[in-house]
Design a protein around this ligand. Structure first.
Ligand code: AMP
Ligand code: GLY
Length: 428
């Protein structure tokens, strides 16, 4: 079986490894952005170019006689790569463009929940110009709002009062910037609580949950400093998280199920792929921060490291509307993922620094992200470099393994020691 992976970060490294561990021994192909030294050796063909090119990717897939494709990042989903592959009869794990609006348009998602009366949204309003912005900011109050560009902005489109915006003037200026950039935007109530990532496999009808994960996005310990792509994450052997009750999980899953139903009605298409809800446990119950239409990075590294089922079978079941809970088994183990990132990341990363991973003890639990391989040597770029995952019976044992392992990686890198430690299980 020929399987195409689109994307070349640590998430796609985890996907490639999970596929190559299948007893079905699929032949892997990759359309990549960079030369990932973890993915490339697992593939028969490794093409580097524009992974959102809706002409080139289907052409390659045809030449390679691809039987199934998995799209890792959001950008190719937004450009309709799933639509283009389905159009030539290649089944795809990853929703079509219209359905991927769930991630690529914040207003689409908030309006979907409102229209179908799905609970979980904060108070919000969508703006296409600056009329009424000042009044709505005042209504939410000093420190009580979040402003989000409607579309994808590479992680730079969301600003939170108190963290990034310190006055109504700054908030209004950000809205002016977005408007000048021709972006619609959403202003919503700021939610307070613990965030968690709830990813499900979805065949358009059935939603099979993966273990819940908490990601730490801030660059520095105790969740301080600028936002990053994610510095690390953990999951528990129970597949729940220490701060969640059974009712919380049920509430989040009910939102997921209602959203899949609503999408089916709204788009007249099945949502096939990963549904990733970013939720927050507030005093007033579970609320939705946003949806992503793909695996999380780093969350995918946690969950795919303990997937016991054959990932190829799971993917086949997703694209054939045939997914059942019995098909998806995860080991009852805890995981801790830590990212090593270039010194100065995210604001002034030192790129081009040589890194050496030869000392690691568990190469099967090491995942390359945005590195560059040249003449057999590995160099940093401006983004996250390499992640390790510790797997054990408890979060604390998994943390120790991950911490020891990450210290075996040499180079001008840093990581957060606190992720997965007791102090951080309740920091936000
Ligand atoms: P991004 O993943 O770049 O869209 O960033 C979203 C981040 O902004 C989330 O992880 C939250 O920490 C924060 N955020 C988004 N919406 C809200 C909200 N309504 N209340 C509080 N924090 C939010
Ligand atoms: N872990 C955050 C993301 O994948 O968007």
């Amino acid at each position: 079986m020929n399987i195409l992976i689109v994307g070349s970060g640590a998430r796609e490294h985890a996907i490639a490894r999970a596929l190559s561990n299948s007893p079905q021994k699929p032949t892997l192909y990759c359309c990549a952005l960079t030369n990932n030294p973890g993915i490339e050796p697992l593939c028969k063909e490794y093409w580097i170019g524009n992974i959102s090119d809706a002409d080139e990717i289907p052409n390659l897939a045809k030449d390679w006689k691809i039987d199934l494709a998995i799209i890792g990042p959001e950008a190719p989903l937004e450009k309709g790569i799933a639509d283009a592959l389905w159009a030539i009869n290649i089944p795809v794990v990853g929703p079509k463009k219209k359905l991927a609006n769930l991630e690529t348009s914040k207003s689409f998602t908030r309006d979907l929940l409102a229209y179908y009366q799905i609970p979980g949204s904060p108070q919000y309003r969508v703006f296409y110009n600056l009329v009424g912005v000042k009044d709505f900011l005042q209504e939410l109050g000093e420190g009580g709002y979040v402003i989000k560009a409607d579309g994808l902005m590479g992680g730079k489109g969301v600003k939170v009062a108190g963290d990034h915006l310190h006055s109504f003037e700054e908030a209004y200026e950000f809205c002016e910037e977005l408007h000048a950039d021709n972006q619609a935007f959403v202003i919503e109530e700021k939610l307070i609580g613990q965030e968690f990532s709830f990813m499900c496999f979805c065949d358009g009808e059935h939603l099979i949950p993966m273990p819940l994960v908490q990601d730490h996005k801030r660059a520095f310990e105790n969740d301080k400093g600028p936002n990053t792509g994610g510095m690390g994450s953990y999951s528990d052997a129970t597949h729940s998280l220490p701060f969640l009750s059974k009712e919380d999980i049920k509430a989040a899953q009910q939102i997921n199920l209602a959203v899949i139903e609503a999408l089916k009605k709204e788009c007249d298409e099945r949502y096939i792929g990963i549904l990733y809800g970013s939720f927050i446990a507030t005093r007033a119950g579970i609320k939705l921060i946003e949806y992503n239409a793909r695996f999380g990075d780093p969350e995918s590294l946690n969950v795919l490291s303990i997937l016991e089922s054959d990932f190829v079978e799971v993917c086949k079941a997703m694209v054939s509307n045939n997914l059942s809970r019995a098909q998806v088994q995860f080991a009852p183990l805890a995981t801790v993922c830590k990212y090593a990132v270039p010194k100065g990341y995210p604001d002034q990363p030192e790129d081009g620094a040589l890194i050496d991973v030869s000392g690691v003890q568990y190469p099967e639990r090491l995942f390359f992200a945005a590195v560059n391989e040249k003449d057999g040597k590995i160099y940093t770029t401006r983004s996250r470099a390499v992640a390790v995952v510790g797997v054990a019976k408890t979060i604390s044992e998994a943390e120790e393994i991950a911490e020891q392992e990450i210290n075996r990686i040499k180079g001008a890198l840093y990581h957060r020691k606190d992720i997965g430690r007791e102090v951080c299980l309740s920091c936000d």
